[in-house]
Design a protein around this ligand. Sequence first.
Ligand code: SAH
Ligand code: SF4
Ligand code: F3S
Length: 432
Amino acid sequence: MLYHIVTYGCQMNVHESEKIAGILKKEGGELCPDIEKADLVVFNTCCIRDTAEKRALGNIGALKKRKRENKDFMIAVLGCMTQQEGFAEMMREKFPFVDIILGTNNLHLLPYYIKLKDKKNSVDIDRANGGTYDVNLTSDTFRTSFPNAWVNIMYGCDNFCSYCIVPYVRGREVSRPPKDVLNEIKFLLDEGYKEITLLGQNVNSYRYEDYDFKRLLAEAGNSGKKFRLRFMTSNPKDFDKDVIDVIKSSDNICKHIHLPAQSGSDGILRLMNRKYTAARYLDLVLAVRENIEDALISSDIMVGFPTETEEDFSQTLDLVKKSRFSQAFTFVYSPRSGTVSAKMEDVGAEVKKRRITELIRVQNKITKEISEGFKGLTREVLIESAEGDNFFGRTDNGRVVTFEKSNGFKIGDFVNVKITASKSSSLTGTPL
Ligand code: SAH
Ligand code: SF4
Ligand code: F3S
């Protein structure tokens, strides 16, 4: 059986697709890069914004004809969208040709449903068990991101930011036992992985009995060999000075912190239920800058939250200018049914469009300036991919570097590169 997986959403979903691929591979399936040739197409969906949902539904709809022509062809819909209230009913009505719909806690049932004879629109969603699914498929996961390997340290989220659907679809926060996480890291380093990225919606609130994130980060960073340890995402309400000290204390822990600010207005942050102020956020930025040499901070910023005024928006621009993010993922607020802010009045498409354009303009200028600051410097780069005549890698603090293939280097090698030119968010260099 040839299978193809289409993944939407965050890194956690990317990693979950690796687990799905592992489950299918164990059953004798073979990954097929060409969707047209696959016997089974799995959609691993995301519902964080309306655009993500529309894209998935559009792509599922596009397979209707093929399903009609070939009864043996299978379509499975998995991921966060399936966990939404009313999703299965909607699918039955609008996409009855879909064979299998599985919730995020039921991935392991995929082989059962594939073999089921009369599977027409089989639905298996376990909403009560939110967040606890853990295959612990350390060796079964079919990883495709070498030299990086993703490692979940927790599932779900307890924060209920007023705009966000994640706590509803992924359930309550559950931390994996530290022993499991550290064993998985050890296994991956022994396998030759050079970068480990710890995953959680709010990694700083990781806690297993009295074992917290600082301890996990310190022990993981201390795994003996030279490798890169990254983590995401940090919520500013829980990120603190102690974590900064741990980052500073280990050469293996990358000097890059992804710290989503969302907004620079205290009023909006309050309505978002983010539990920090712009001043606290800027204090953290300052603490990182003062304590960790060469550190870069990236962020997520949202515009057009309900009631956001011009003044609120200008405070966001102000925070962006003061923080000088190396990179910012910018989003237009999208109301999600069932969340608290969905009941609040929208600011309208036109205002959102104007604000996102202005935000991107301001951030692009900063991104470009930070890149220019790299010119003439020599930085260690981990080669992550290759295309044509070029290698692509990143610096410890997360900047993408491109250089010509040469000297027998390969993906997974650490190379010192002298930066010779910069282009918006990426750098070009010469290996030494
Ligand atoms: N747990 C992470 C975020 C995960 S979602 C954190 O708290 O930082 C990734 C990003 O999507 C969020 O940071 C936010 O900027 C954006 N996002 C979440 N819900 C959204 C919505 N309803 N509309 C627009 N953007 C949203
Ligand atoms: Fe969503 Fe907030 Fe949880 Fe992040 S911390 S996943 S934005 S509820
Ligand atoms: Fe991630 Fe989207 Fe789910 S951002 S956790 S895949 S809703």
